[in-house]
Design a protein around this ligand. Structure first.
Ligand SMILES: [Zn+2]
Length: 423
């Protein structure tokens, strides 16, 4: 396992953190955080986690602080890990449930208008999040949340919003608490942040968490507007928050620190945009740019820009495809050979199946796992190398996973290995 990930179980220990006078964060109970603001005669809940089990555990902790009823639930965006415990917090009350009226292609609060490859997305979601992998050997954490969290009741407690917030947002007063709800497209286009001016607390949803941002999720997502996300970080800074309360990872305390992390976060996104765009203008292909664009060390070494969750090379590819489409600009790429045809010719050129097998063995011995995988894939594409090739690929994936700092990559390798092993 990557040494930095070994610190995650301790970091993500469960705890209820009082981040301001009357504001509490439930941290480490689930993939995402839940916030409670205690007001006059009731409480406001911001986000509800991914499972009803985690929501029940959190509500029980909140009930040790106050037994005031839940009057309002605010959903920062429509991703599963934020909307799925709403029924638990709403039970026995009829709170208003507020969400943005903007849509998102992967929203769980609305029907998709046209069919999508839902089955593929489900398979890939399971792989990205390592759902079902054993803790702590296979999954140590999801990069921005704990690995040993409850999975029962996943997606089970979704409730439709009672009111959608339109336009650029709205100021609401609930339980004597004045909150500004502001549209803030970033990780998803339907993001709505919550500004609690009286306490200078900004609930930022997933537009900030302590990891390089997930500008592309390998579970399969449409293009996330990079420029829009960077602009939104300026918008967040303009509130002048003294406490930044993110959808994942710990809160950031102190006006100067909040400004610094948001500035760095914005600059990291802008750096990827600029480097990729300039590379594209210089005629570089998507694969070349995925290898050459890096964060400068002064950003990449910041603890909140490590690639635990998002990954720079995924972002580079996403920006290229999102703004230019799949064609890399090289005429050779316009209509390449089929994978099976290319593999057959490659194996012949390399001296046959046995020679390629030998090269796989050598690459494995050299810990050159990516090359070994690219070779073994050619054997699989052609059916050469026999039944054994899938077992070899599974073993290579497990070994390759060990050095990964990016949790989605690590899980994707291990879960794919399991699928190959199980046939
Ligand atoms: Zn999230």
């Amino acid at each position: 396992m990557h040494p930095e990930l070994q610190a995650h179980p301790e970091y993500f220990e469960k705890e209820i953190v009082q981040i301001a006078d009357n504001v509490y964060q439930a941290f480490g109970f689930a993939a995402s955080n839940v916030y409670m603001i205690v007001g006059d005669g009731g409480v406001v809940i911001i986000d509800t986690t991914e499972t009803t089990t985690a929501a029940e555990n959190i509500l029980a902790e909140f009930r040790r602080i106050t037994d005031l009823p839940v009057k309002t639930i605010i959903l920062t965006h429509s991703h599963r890990d934020h909307v799925s415990g709403a029924s638990v917090f709403a039970a026995g009350e009829s709170p208003e449930i507020l969400a943005s009226d903007r849509s998102s292609e992967d929203s769980l609060l609305e029907e998709t208008r046209h069919p999508r490859a839902v089955k593929a997305m489900q398979v890939r979601t399971k792989r990205q999040f390592g759902i079902g992998l054993s803790y702590p050997d296979e999954i140590i954490g999801i990069g921005v949340g704990p690995g040993n969290r409850p999975l029962k009741g996943m997606g089970a407690g979704i409730l439709p919003p009672t009111r959608r917030i339109g336009g650029e947002g709205e100021t609401v007063t609930t339980c004597g608490i004045k909150l500004e709800l502001a549209m803030a497209p970033g990780e998803s286009p339907d993001h709505m942040v919550v500004w609690y001016a009286n306490r200078k607390v900004l609930f930022s949803g997933d537009n900030f968490y302590r990891s390089f941002p997930n500008l592309y999720a390998i579970r399969g997502t449409e293009y996330r507007d990079f420029d829009g996300w960077a602009d939104t970080l300026d918008q967040l800074m303009a509130f002048g928050p003294e406490v930044l309360a993110p959808g994942h990872t710990k809160a950031v305390m102190g006006a100067d620190t909040v400004r610094e992390v948001l500035t760095d976060y914005r600059d990291a996104i802008r750096h990827v945009i600029t480097e990729t765009r300039e590379g594209m203008d210089a005629g570089k292909t998507i694969d070349e740019l995925a290898h050459s664009v890096k964060l400068p060390p002064e950003l990449g070494e910041k603890p909140y820009l490590r690639e635990y969750y998002g990954r720079v090379e995924f972002a580079v590819r996403a920006y290229f495809v999102g703004t230019m489409g799949w064609f890399d600009g090289n005429p050779t790429s316009l209509s390449p050979l089929s994978p099976a045809d290319e593999a057959k010719r490659f194996i012949e050129l390399a001296g046959g199946t046995e020679a390629v097998m030998k090269a796989v063995e050598q690459a494995r011995a050299d810990e050159d796992y990516q090359w070994a995988l690219q070779l073994v894939d050619r054997l699989i594409h052609t059916g050469h190398g026999g039944e054994n090739t899938k077992a070899i690929k599974a073993e290579l994936l497990r070994m390759h996973a060990q050095s990964q700092i990016n949790c989605p990559t690590r899980h994707y390798y291990i879960q794919s290995a399991k699928e190959l092993e199980q046939g």
